[in-house]
Design a protein around this ligand. Structure first.
Ligand code: SAJ
Length: 402
């Protein structure tokens, strides 16, 4: 049994801490937010993820998981802090790796020769090398005797605890031996295949995966606009096209949100602004889907007003960034609703995964269906499937009804 110190107790850090602690390591989770530390030490969680609350409660009561504001000497140090972006470089947002470097500096005084140091945060290529350089003036041990690796998280919100165990992993060590040691650590809780490479390749693999998804969703979103114009049902079109053995079109929606797919492609684009046209265009297409949906709703509202001599009450279904989560980070549905509110349109809003939200009234599903003049489905939550919408006019942006 080894001791593992996990820096950052957010959407990735806390579930990872739980799975690592469950597999017989002792885990100390570090966060700069005292309220998060207190919440976890009380056996609670600060966001919803299936199975997480029960697991954290159990591990904290068994003293296998503890949260703290400060690291402790450990065998393994794992960094899972956010990498936001800053808006510079001629309109292309640039990643900000300061949280990763600060986390490394915070653990530096605790590092001993032979320790394993892993970055899991999504990072621009070259970050693992930069982290080693940043440690130079802070560590007390021989820097070359540390094992430093990049191993990107690959889990999907809603299934994080399962995917942490079942997904395959890619590990890039700064030196070949670094990766081998990290592989032994991941094998203690991960059943998926573990592939070894160098740090730069592993960093690029992560960005490639999320950019691949963004580009493919952009194609689905563009197709949905073409189909609308040509009066073809987009869901039938995709279903039939996907019967081809080598075609697999993703689902169109009201845009792309969350803290990964909507952000990570910029990490590549900002590295080579002149050679990433496809990546930048996909980002643009997915962002513009939000404006297209707003325009469509506005048009329908005007038609209703003309025909009925009053403004419609518009029922909006879904606020989160994707189905069946309570996360609104970068949510396109929320952007659409915020915009409609700023246009003074009358909205009734239903979001089954949230109890309340500042400055927004949420209503029950049945109430919104009954009291709206037309309905807009923005997020394909399970609660919206198989609804009885007889005599109701609706605009299904996310394919949940058809
Ligand atoms: N979306 C669509 N159509 C689709 C699929 C998704 O419009 O067919 C939208 C969603 O509604 C959402 C956004 O895309 O707004 C992103 O959702 P997602 O389910 O594609 O991805 P995330 O952000 O929850 O998780 C992704 C995953 N990456 C890949 O699938 C390549 C996950 O494996 C990563 O670990 C995660 O990013 C991350 O943390 O990087």
């Amino acid at each position: 049994m080894s001791k593992c110190c996990i820096m950052g107790l957010g959407y990735i850090g806390l579930p990872t801490a739980s799975i690592v602690a469950k597999s017989d390591h002792y885990v100390i989770g570090v966060d700069t937010n005292p309220s998060i530390v207190d919440t976890i030490n009380n056996g609670d969680v600060h966001f919803f993820e299936p199975g997480l609350e029960k697991t954290v409660k159990e591990l904290v009561s068994l003293n296998k998981l503890k949260a703290s504001l400060k690291p402790e000497p450990s065998d393994v140090f794992l960094i899972a802090v956010p990498t936001p972006f800053k808006d510079i470089n001629k309109g292309i947002p640039e990643p900000d790796i300061q949280y990763v470097l600060n986390a490394a500096k915070t653990i530096a005084p605790y590092l001993k020769e032979g320790n394993l140091l892993i970055i899991e945060s999504t990072c621009p290529v070259g970050t693992t090398e930069k982290l080693k350089l940043a440690l130079e003036n802070y560590v007390k041990c021989d820097l070359d005797k540390l094992h430093i690796c990049y191993c990107p998280e690959r889990v999907i919100p809603g299934s994080i605890l399962t995917e942490l165990v079942t997904n395959s992993r890619v590990i890039g060590g700064l030196k070949p031996d670094d990766g081998k040691l990290a592989k032994q650590f991941y094998e203690t809780f991960c059943q998926g295949e573990i592939n070894l490479t160098d740090a730069r390749t592993a960093e690029l693999v992560k960005l490639t995966e999320n950019t691949f998804r963004d580009i493919n969703i952009a194609f689905a979103n563009e197709l949905s606009i073409i189909s609308d114009h040509l009066k073809v049902d987009i869901n039938e079109l995709i279903y039939l096209s996907n019967q081809h053995p080598r075609v697999n079109i993703l689902k169109p929606g009201c845009g792309v949100g969350g803290h990964c797919i909507a952000i990570d492609p910029w990490f590549l684009a900002s590295a080579l602004p002149g050679n990433t046209h496809l990546i930048q265009t996909a980002r643009k297409v997915n962002n513009e889907k939000v404006s297209w949906v707003i325009k469509k709703i506005e048009e329908r509202s005007k038609i209703f007003e003309r025909e009925n001599g009053r403004f419609p009450r518009i029922g909006c279904f879904g606020l989160t960034f994707k189905p069946n989560v309570d996360d609104i980070r970068e949510s396109p549905a929320k952007k659409i609703i915020d915009n409609l509110i700023s246009m003074n349109l009358q909205l009734l809003i239903c979001e089954p995964n949230l109890k309340h939200l500042p400055n927004m009234n949420l209503s029950d599903l049945d109430y919104v269906i009954k009291n709206s003049d037309f309905l807009v489905f923005l997020v394909a939550h399970k609660e919206f499937k198989n609804l009885d919408l007889k005599n109701k006019v609706y605009f299904d942006v996310c394919g949940v009804i058809s």
